[in-house]
Ligand binder design. Sequence first.
Ligand code: XUL
Length: 528
Amino acid sequence: MARLFLGLDSSTQSLSALVIDLESRKIIYAKSLIFDEALPQYKTRNGVLSGRDPLVKHSPPQMWAEALDLIFAQMQKDGVVLGEILAVGGSGQQHGSVYFNERAENVLANLNPQISLAENLHGVFSRKTSPIWMDSSTAKECSEIRKKLGGVKYTASRTGSDAFERFTGPQIRKFSKTGTDAYKKTSGIALVSSFMASLLAGKIAPIDFGDGAGMNLMDIRKKVWDADALKATAPGLKLKLPPLVHPGRVIGKASNYFVEKFGLNPEALATVWTGDNPASVIGLGLIKPGQIAISLGTSDTFFGTMEKCQTDENGEGHVFGSPAGGYMTLICFKNGSLAREKIRELYGIKNWTEFGKLVASTKPGNDGGILLPWFEAEIVPRVNKPGIHRFDLDEKNAAANCRAIFEAQILSMRLHSQWMNVSPEKIVATGGASNDVALLQVMADVMNCRVERIEISKSAALGAALIAAHGWLMAAGENPKWEKLVAGFTAPISGSEIRPDKKAVRIYDSLIEKYAACECEALEKIAG
Ligand code: XUL
């Protein structure tokens, strides 16, 4: 008999639903709904409201709720057997926050299936819009919190990350300073993940260790709210936050709203949601320490699992709780695909095949030529003044510059992930640029480990479904092993494995020092 679990992923631009059958180990349904297209009345662009201040990025929480109605209706229309779903879980874009007033609890407990979720939620928000992870308007609040917590190193070792502009604590602090009355009227603060879980469960849902770690409010080692961080952030904050728990834990039965309206199984369990990155760790099958994923997108992200909590003294990387127990790390490099494209444009190279040919015509190590491709302000290392820097590299040599950008990006990942103390056993490459074999070969050689490709598009929703299945099995008294649970769902693309070349590995082992020195020199020059 089939055992079905539903995973939802509420991301910046869309809401995705994915159903797995644990028995046949198959994804039996996957669909996404793009906010801008399906809900134009909210007037978002890529899921985000445009305001006067370009640093401020908010989204309407009613839109996320309305999308939940639409995706359930779509599943019903597509014949998904909602009456057989055993548990529903989910993931949300990290760091975004939703603000409830005292009416919320009662409204959630009595959701009326005759009207929409958005209508049900009318009048429960103490803040109309939700700041999201793209918001970078809280630099002042970050430095205030960091100062109160004793600096970068201490903030990172305490909460898993230095105070970052997109993190929830600084967003809450800004709200408490600028909208004092509305802050006072706020009785509950949710993350995007726990907000969506609250709708499913019909009660205020807990926040999980994975997403909770992206707030600068959780003690990363003890996994409880950190009293000093709460105090440094906003008055009376403890009372506004739900408990912190393990992702996938059962909250209770799913709200009757979904049973009556869409025919969801009345016995279906609502489980605790997590952030999209912790969910992707599961959806990509990164269960054992040393399993790393590199997502090559607009920005490049380096993430993976870690057994013991190890934080970054320089405050560049993040540590979150992993749904599989232990920890996960995440390092975000802003100059990813956009920087690669800039080099392609700069040298008038037609396409990526041509680009790859030029890279292949040069030698690993590029005869010592180094490029620092900070076309945009960079997060890691922190660079506020964009610019590109060349060392022993002829600007006119197109082929050498093509190799140089690939090498710089991967050498930077190696250098800036050293604090994790994890030697990668395998790297899973995902995202648009992971089709590029030349780039993956540089990755295998610089990192000295095998690289496999995997299709990322639904990894967060898949992870969410697997986390829900884990929670359901735990509640049923079983103790499922994560490796067994993900088996079959997270296979790499067949024939995609790339192995390191021993000679090239030796070259990069010595080049890393020169790369680090070049970075220091450029950073000093920028600092003036
Ligand atoms: C992670 C982060 C983003 C969002 C995107 O720290 O800010 O990856 O989670 O949804």
